[in-house]
Design a protein around this ligand. Structure first.
Ligand SMILES: Cc1cc2nc3c(=O)[nH]c(=O)nc-3n(C[C@H](O)[C@H](O)[C@H](O)COP(=O)(O)OP(=O)(O)OC[C@H]3O[C@@H](n4cnc5c(N)ncnc54)[C@H](O)[C@@H]3O)c2cc1C
Length: 391
């Protein structure tokens, strides 16, 4: 029997008053769990599903996220069964604009989640599947799960993703608004070396290898259609073709009626001022849901876990101090990357030919300008230095 099935039942009545209680076994929750277990800090993860996520989708981890995977000793293992493109090719209206040097891990979500999960279990981490949080008492640090399960923990860490119950409960957020963009995704059998981005009027297509034989296909479109915000919404090839009516069909000739296609509406949630409240700290998408146009949501989730984990280690006897330090460091970075991501969404979907010309001109003739801020502000970030130098 897989270990998690035993755990679901065994810990039902356990006392977790001295434990950091993490809600959600996603990227931030599992990474934080590993970091705390490495430092022997008692931690337990509560996950609503009965298993780790299985959504068939790709994910690209840039050097800032890869640093955390290296710290967890997962980098080499993940890269050995994933891909590591060194070049990103950009095209506009099917003509190549330029190629940029990159160093990203491109993999499937299953691989990333599986390795984080296995690392956590190998560190003797406790995880309670089938625990869906529905209410929180921030004063008592009490967590209520469906099925009448209630636990008290030392500190609550919300890693419960884009539709976070904790964030909602705090009323931090208004209802999300549709961004104007929806995204199609698929995993298909195909060999490819580089990441490729095809920019066109009101849409763009990104493909990258996730292994020796498979690629991730993502097509973002500017549309009033408001697709549902869901990993599970499937769509048909006909619908995809209609959405990509202005695109060259050769760009997705590897997709057909048999391909499993999923669609996702991109919604915007306003940034929150505080990512901590009483005995609660928010990480990952729960703290800062961002649009996916520079592929940073997962990387930020890894950075959050590293930084909050290390402040908890540094100030273990004083959680409040750890929360304050974490918030002080993260808010500025979150704001910067959220803005860059929204701006990239606009740049990727330009239809005005004059502005398209200007965008392409910069990418072709001033490549260092085009990529400088991404490299400097995002990829070169060093969380270890941040924590070390924090006063
Ligand atoms: C189309 C698309 C493409 C993307 N591409 C990239 C990319 O290339 N690179 C990148 O870095 N990021 C990318 N992202 C963003 C990235 O997927 C997220 O930012 C990242 O998964 C957030 O991690 P997390 O830990 O906050 O949440 P998640 O990884 O979503 O984990 C949340 C966990 O909480 C659990 N949970 C939720 N509610 C409850 C509850 N009530 N009780 C208990 N458990 C609960 C969920 O089951 C899940 O396991 C993309 C996003 C989209 C939509």
């Amino acid at each position: 029997m897989p270990p998690f099935l035993l755990l679901v039942h065994n810990y039902n009545m356990q006392n977790y008053e001295n434990y950091i209680g993490i809600i959600g076994a996603g990227i931030s929750g599992l990474a934080l769990g590993c970091i705390l277990k490495k430092a022997d800090i008692p931690v337990v993860i509560f996950e609503k599903s009965t298993n780790i996520s299985e959504y068939g989708a790709g994910i690209s981890i840039s050097p800032n996220g890869a640093k955390i995977l290296k710290y967890l000793n997962l980098y080499d293992e993940i890269i050995s069964i994933s891909s590591n493109p060194k070049q990103a090719d950009f095209f506009s209206n099917n003509k190549k604009i330029n190629s940029f040097d990159v160093d990203v891990i491109t993999t499937s979500r299953q691989v990333l989640y599986k390795y984080l999960y296995e690392k956590y279990i190998s560190l003797d981490g406790q995880i309670l599947f089938d625990h869906q949080l529905y209410d929180v008492d921030f004063d008592k640090s009490e967590l209520k799960f469906t099925g009448d399960k209630t636990y008290q923990v030392r500190h609550i860490v919300a890693c419960d993703g884009i539709k976070s119950i904790c964030r909602k409960k705090l009323d931090f957020q208004k209802e999300p608004t549709y961004s104007g963009y929806s995204v199609w995704r698929a995993i298909v059998e195909k060999k490819q070396k580089n990441t490729q981005t095809f920019l066109g009027p009101n849409h763009h297509i990104v493909t990258y290898p996730i292994s020796n034989s498979k690629i991730s296909f993502v097509a973002a479109i500017k549309t009033p259609k408001k697709y549902k915000e869901s990993w599970k919404s499937s769509g048909t090839f006909e619908e995809l073709k209609n959405d990509l009516v202005f695109s060259n069909k050769d760009l997705y000739s590897f997709i057909n009626k048999e391909t499993s296609l999923f669609k996702w509406g991109v919604y915007i949630r306003p940034l929150i001022k505080n990512i901590k409240y009483k005995n609660l700290t928010l990480l990952g998408d729960a703290a800062h849901p961002i649009v996916p146009f520079i592929g940073q949501g997962g990387c930020l989730a890894l950075e959050d876990a590293y930084i909050f984990g290390h402040f908890l280690i540094k100030y273990n006897s004083d959680i409040n101090k750890a929360q304050n330090a974490y918030e002080a460091l993260r808010i500025k970075r979150i704001k910067t990357i959220t803005k860059m991501s929204l701006r990239q969404g606009h740049l990727n979907h330009i239809s005005n030919p004059v502005i398209v010309f200007l965008r392409n001109f910069v990418m072709k003739h001033l490549p260092s300008l085009a990529i400088r801020s991404i490299r400097k502000k995002i990829w070169n970030y060093d969380p270890e230095e941040e924590v070390r130098n924090f006063k």
